[in-house]
Write a protein that binds this ligand. Sequence first.
Ligand code: G3P
Length: 228
Amino acid sequence: MKTGLEIETPVIVLNVKAYVESAGRKGFELAKICEEVASERGVSIAICPQQVELALIASSVNIPCFAQHVDAVEPGSHTGFITLESIKETGATGSLVNHSEHRLKIADIDGIIEKAASLDLLTIVCTNNIVVSKAVAELNPYAIAVEPPELIGTGKSVSKVDPGIVEDTVKEVKRVDERCVVLCGAGVTNGEDVRASIELGADGVLLASGVVKAKDPKAALLDLVSGL
Ligand code: G3P
């Protein structure tokens, strides 16, 4: 199921994870940098703030904000879980689902995708390979982000080291659902990595350390957007 909502592509999605460099005030500044670069360069950038900052950041910046994770639970007696309803309340655009650092069961992914669509929230479901990407495409998420876990945080871009996984994921996912947005991630660090991803057919990239851990995050982001 699809919602009417969309984000512009090609897009750079920055997942700030739980790094020290993205906590509290620093996370807020990263979100402001994304907003500035998106508006100065006329490009599409989305951010996944640390979960505790989602409401603040979603209400403070004019770019799409996504939760980093959502749990497959109904609102109620669950401690420390994150519901789609609470994400909706923050004003966020949607959520990452099944990140390799926070995996879910396939039945839960299915339930989350369906319910998110009914709440007008977008789902970006992370996958680890072509077969899983193809299987997830059958569930009709808004987007799929393929990320080989072994390349995450290495600075070695999937689009350079393993172009086949990007190209074939795009091909297989679009064969199942041509409207599904396909992102790639893991090790994406500079504009060349982004350009290579787009040339392989991806609609954008999902990345973290290349910006969050950079000495100058704005310069890193400007370099990345040069590849769009
Ligand atoms: O969610 C993005 C991520 O897993 C890739 O991380 O640090 O390799 O860009 P990184």
